[in-house]
Design a protein around this ligand. Structure first.
Ligand code: ADP
Ligand code: NI
Length: 211
């Protein structure tokens, strides 16, 4: 079996009981979109594939904020595979830096393989799937759907967000609507366009029905 097939089996097994927003199907969608984007870029395809597959192996949100667990699990697995130390280091770098939360630390000048998996992960956070995942997460947190008293926070701003009580509709304004303009690759930008428009339509409908 190839390292990609082994990784698929490993991740499926690891995520057997994962919640629906970050389960194997999320990984599979990100993996497929990452391959689609990679096909149009000059990049290390294997690095893209393996990083996409391992990128949510242990979400820090569910491990008391410990981001190192995912890196340790990934390293232990990759060491059982026939790959070089350099490859392991590159995969761990990608996994560590894919997150929206870490974006400022990484800066603009990032490797193409990280650009690709970041785009692929962001595509799964927007559009119809993104809407479903967001309400799923809001339900899990028992957040309000929406509160008309709270003005939408239009920038990612921690202070404003604290005041907002974290309604699920607000998550569109603090994050999801910003993602389109943060896409790196041409293919990613193209795919994000339709999904972004769909979210705008959804918000129009939602707010019209609310009123
Ligand atoms: P990242 O890993 O890119 O930093 P997260 O893991 O925080 O992003 O978020 C992944 C997905 O979980 C989001 O795209 C969204 O669907 C959902 N999510 C995260 N935070 C919230 C929130 N406060 N309200 C609703 N959904 C959320
Ligand atoms: Ni993800």
């Amino acid at each position: 079996m190839s390292i990609t097939e082994n990784t698929i089996q490993f991740v499926k097994e690891k995520l057997k009981n994962a919640e629906a927003g970050h389960d194997w199907f999320h990984i599979e969608r990100v993996y497929k979109n990452a391959k689609k984007i990679a096909a149009e870029e000059d990049c290390d395809t294997l690095l893209v594939e393996i990083s996409a597959l391992l990128h949510d192996i242990a979400d820090a949100k569910f491990h008391n904020g410990d981001e190192n667990i995912a890196l340790e699990i990934s390293r232990d697995f990759l060491e059982t595979q026939n790959c070089t130390e350099d490859f392991i280091i590159d995969v761990l770098y990608s996994i560590k830096n894919i997150s929206f939360k870490n974006r400022e630390e990484v800066g603009d000048n990032i490797p193409i393989e990280l650009q690709i998996i970041q785009d692929a992960d962001r595509l799964d956070a927007i559009g119809a799937i993104g809407i479903a995942r967001t309400f799923h997460f809001g339900g899990f947190k028992n957040n309000l759907l929406y509160d008309p008293e709270i003005l939408p926070v239009t920038k990612f701003n921690k202070e404003e967000y604290k005041k907002s009580n974290g309604t699920t509709i607000n998550h569109f304004y603090e994050k999801l609507l910003l993602l389109k303009d943060m896409m790196h690759t041409e293919k990613g930008k193209e795919m994000a366009e339709k999904r972004h428009q769909f979210m705008l339509n959804f918000l129009d409908e939602f707010l019209a029905e609310w009123d």
